[in-house]
Design a protein around this ligand. Structure first.
Ligand SMILES: CC(C)(COP(=O)(O)OP(=O)(O)OC[C@H]1O[C@@H](n2cnc3c(N)ncnc32)[C@H](O)[C@@H]1OP(=O)(O)O)[C@@H](O)C(=O)NCCC(=O)NCCS
Length: 170
């Protein structure tokens, strides 16, 4: 296990973590059964790829922002904040999604990364955020509950948690 000498931080995507990002994302895709075809073009023009991840992007029919959880040259994971919800995202997806690279899992990084993501969501003006979770995903459920997630209901296959970000209500 690598010992980190700096505290990981949620940052805008940056080319400084090229090697660990590509290694980590390949491992994550393989672990999750996702296509790895996008990694070739991303590695050929990493600066261009990073530029395409910065700022407000659009997917799932909504604007969203991407953050990387980084310590020095180490990329640990990704968190996205969707600025709006659609009926589909209300049921599955919510405002925030994340993953941690397999090599960095089970060390508390997702719990701390979501805490940093909630601080960013508060900074963006959200008073509350929705997170959804597959009932079989015990790790993600624990990450959400550790960050104040209140189980709202189950809609379709997903558990739905709201997290209150309004400091006036605490
Ligand atoms: C879910 C995920 C982000 C968790 O990342 P992580 O960095 O390992 O999480 P943490 O180390 O903060 O662990 C949080 C809790 O889950 C537990 N946990 C972690 N992996 C686990 C596993 N595979 N099975 C059961 N519990 C697990 C930890 O022990 C910890 O429990 P504790 O709070 O009681 O100590 C990571 O497994 C992942 O990226 N999975 C694939 C993508 C995904 O599922 N994303 C979430 C849906 S959007």
């Amino acid at each position: 296990m690598i010992t980190l000498t700096t505290q990981p931080r949620l940052e805008a995507p940056t080319a400084t973590v090229r090697a660990s990002y590509l290694t980590g994302e390949q491992a994550d895709c393989l672990a999750s059964g996702f296509d790895t075809g996008w990694l070739g073009p991303a590695s050929e023009d990493f600066d261009g790829y990073v530029a395409s991840c910065q700022g407000v992007q659009r997917r799932w029919d909504v604007p969203f922002s991407t953050y990387w959880y980084i310590a020095g040259e180490h990329y640990l994971g990704t968190l996205v904040i969707r600025h709006e919800l659609t009926p589909a995202l209300l049921g599955d997806g919510g405002h925030i999604g994340y993953h941690v690279s397999p090599a960095w899992r089970r060390q508390g990084h997702a719990t701390r990364m979501l805490a940093a993501g909630l601080a960013e969501a508060r900074r963006l003006g959200f008073a509350e955020v929705l997170l959804t979770c597959d009932p079989a995903n015990e790790a993600s459920r624990k990450v959400i509950v550790a960050n104040g997630g209140q189980l709202n209901e189950t809609l379709g296959a997903e558990l739905r948690y709201w997290i209150d970000l309004d400091p006036a209500r605490h």
